[in-house]
Each structure stands twice: as C-alpha cells, then as structure tokens.
Write a protein that binds this ligand. Structure first.
Ligand SMILES: [Zn+2]
Length: 145
C-alpha cells in the first residue's frame, strides 16, 4: 500500500461525494483500529448491516446492534453499552465489535470525528487537552414498545 498525500481540502464536492464518504469512512476505520484489535474490527465490519439507529446526529447516537444497544453521547464524550466484551474492555477504553460497528455505520464525517477523538484518547490519555471518553457499562433494554 502506498500512501499518497492526496487528502486535499474538501470543497463540498458533488459527484465525488460518495467516493469521498468511503474515503472518510476508511480513515475512521484506521483510527478505530487503534482503539481495538484487528479481529474485532473485522467482525465489526460484518455487523454494520445489522445496526439500526433510533438517533444518529452530531450530538447523540443511539443504536441497536444485534441484541445490544449502543449509546454514543458525543457531547458528553461517553459511550454506554453492555456486552460482556465491552465490560471487560471498558477500563482500557477499548472498543468491542458492537461499538465499532455502530461508528462504522453512522455518517462517515461523524464517524471520523468520534474515531479521531477516541484514537487521540487512546494515544494520550489525560493529556489535559483531550478530555478522554468515558465507557460505561449498561444493562440491556429493548427499544420501542
Ligand atoms: Zn459490544
């Protein structure tokens, strides 16, 4: 793989938007890879189709992935989720496949913004500049009625 320095400033393209989105999503995936393991990320990619959103905006993401819920509170920098893997990894701020899949399923621009912060937190926790994200284990709930 050759990394060409072609990430020119986005000028709000039209026809290239789809291609650009895929590119941005790849950047997000690269950053997410720093927050989890290759195996988990591979499994997360397979789960992307199974992610459904109750809310997915710049401030808050609420998703259901398989039988689990994922809440990404962007404003509060907090991820709430409840699978066993997440509970085990939460103290190390590592992403399980459900959380990674959720981030890969949202709008690429948003995914990149969150992934970048998570990766920065993973690189330099408690730097004083980057407020680290908090991972909270929650129990399952069923969305809707
Ligand atoms: Zn999980």
């Amino acid at each position: 793989m050759s990394a060409s320095p072609d990430d020119a400033a986005a000028t709000g393209g039209t026809a290239e938007a789809g291609e650009k989105a895929a590119e941005i999503l790849e950047q997000a995936a690269v950053l997410l890879a720093e927050c989890t393991e290759a195996g988990r990320l591979t499994r997360a990619r397979k789960l992307v189709d199974k992610v459904t959103f109750a809310v997915a905006d710049d401030e808050l993401i609420i998703a259901a992935v398989a039988n689990y819920n994922v809440v990404v509170d962007v404003t509060e920098r907090r991820i709430q989720h409840g699978c066993r893997d997440f509970r085990g990894q939460a103290s190390e701020r590592r992403l399980c496949k459900h959380v990674a899949a959720t981030l890969l399923a949202v709008e690429p621009r948003l995914a990149l913004a969150v992934a970048r912060e998570l990766a920065e937190g993973a690189r330099a926790p408690a730097s004083g500049v980057v407020v680290p994200w908090r991972f909270e284990a929650i129990t399952r709930f069923t969305p809707g009625g």
